[in-house]
Design a protein around this ligand. Structure first.
Ligand SMILES: Nc1ncnc2c1ncn2[C@@H]1O[C@H](COP(=O)(O)OP(=O)(O)OP(=O)(O)O)[C@@H](O)[C@H]1O
Ligand SMILES: O=P(O)(O)OC[C@H]1O[C@H](OP(=O)(O)OP(=O)(O)O)[C@H](O)[C@@H]1O
Length: 303
């Protein structure tokens, strides 16, 4: 049985218990060698190889748990940090390169409303009532709307995209990543409130200063896993005469590693390249005559 004594002195680390961020967080913990076994009936579990307990919570509750110092560290989306108005109380330690999405105003594609200003004074349904309220509050003010003429922001807990088709809303404010959900509902985006991604957060006023070294260690480990997911190692051979162009294409993080080959006219180059750029870089290396271009994924790194 898990009790307060078992948790005493441990760093409490909040992880989304379900939803879009959950699986990615488990991959991150595994990559950082944070070992645990979770009993499916319990939302708290002890980490075997560190003085840490994991606390599985709804992503939307994590900013307030961290901000109030009830847990020491957490992972959640920047959108829910802003929505819970906790940005003054939490420090974003590290962006995590997943959970990327945009909070957007959406309206029926074929409808009469084609700009956010045209929604002012009408009905907007959302799970982000604070952010939508602030956004339309500013527009109401700009357009001089007051009292019951103001934009009507209505909260729903999910399936926001159905609201227009059901006749409950003239527009919605919801998250968009690929846009598939939005298009399937016959909607399109007309304004963006914010971009968001998952972040590692800690309390701005930590209650347990003694846990700071462990927070630094976990942050460094997670940063290594995140960097490994962003970069590949690119190795190739190129004529020495083309080395200037080659190193311009693959400058590396500090500098590329250049090794001599038996053939004195050629060198081997090894360099880290951002994964999202690698196809273009390979095309450009081919154009300058690079050969034997090899790409390696990284499991982990410290850069
Ligand atoms: N389509 C998406 N692509 C990428 N990230 C997303 C996407 N949808 C949501 N997110 C991110 O994941 C977070 C959690 O969203 P999700 O819809 O999974 O919530 P949930 O855990 O089911 O909801 P809740 O617990 O608040 O009811 C969002 O706040 C956002 O930061
Ligand atoms: O642009 P897309 O790639 O289609 O993603 C957007 C959808 O993802 C999120 O919901 P999710 O699927 O996580 O389920 P939920 O509505 O139950 O939160 C969000 O609320 C959108 O509905």
């Amino acid at each position: 049985m898990l009790d307060a004594d078992a948790l005493s002195g441990r760093l409490l680390f909040a992880i989304p218990k379900k939803g879009r961020l959950h699986e990615k967080c488990l991959e991150l913990l595994s990559g950082a060698d944070i070992q645990f076994r979770k009993d499916h009936r319990l939302d708290v579990c002890l980490v075997k190889n560190h003085n840490i307990a994991l606390v599985f919570l709804p992503a939307s509750d994590i900013p307030s748990f961290v901000g109030k110092g009830n847990v020491d560290l957490g992972i959640t989306g920047q959108d829910v940090i802003r929505e819970s108005q906790m940005q003054q109380h939490v420090t974003e330690v590290l962006p995590l390169n997943f959970g990327k999405c945009a909070l957007q105003v959406q309206v029926p594609e074929a409808g009469p409303i084609q700009a956010a200003e045209q929604l002012v004074g009408k009905r907007v349904v959302t799970s982000f009532e604070v952010l939508a309220g602030e956004y339309f509050g500013r527009l109401d003010e700009q357009l001089g709307l007051a009292g019951k003429n103001k934009t009507n922001i209505e909260y729903v807990g999910g399936s926001v995209e159905a609201a227009c088709a059901l006749g409950l809303a003239d527009g919605i404010v919801d998250l968009v990543e690929s846009g598939d959900t939005m298009r399937a509902a016959g909607l399109h985006a007309i304004a963006t409130l914010m971009q968001s991604e998952a972040v590692l957060i800690k309390s701005s006023t930590p209650k347990h200063e003694t846990l700071e070294p462990l927070i630094k260690l976990i942050t460094a480990r997670i940063a290594g896993v995140v960097a490994a997911s962003k970069y590949v190692v690119c190795e190739y051979n190129v004529r020495r005469s083309q080395l200037h162009d080659a190193t311009r294409l693959t400058p590396g993080r500090r500098a590329p590693t250049i090794s001599p080959l038996e053939d004195e006219d050629w060198v081997a180059v090894s360099s880290m390249v951002e994964k999202k750029r690698i196809a273009d870089v390979m095309d450009d290396l081919t154009k300058i005559g690079a050969e034997d271009i090899l790409i390696f994924n990284l499991d982990n790194c410290r850069v």
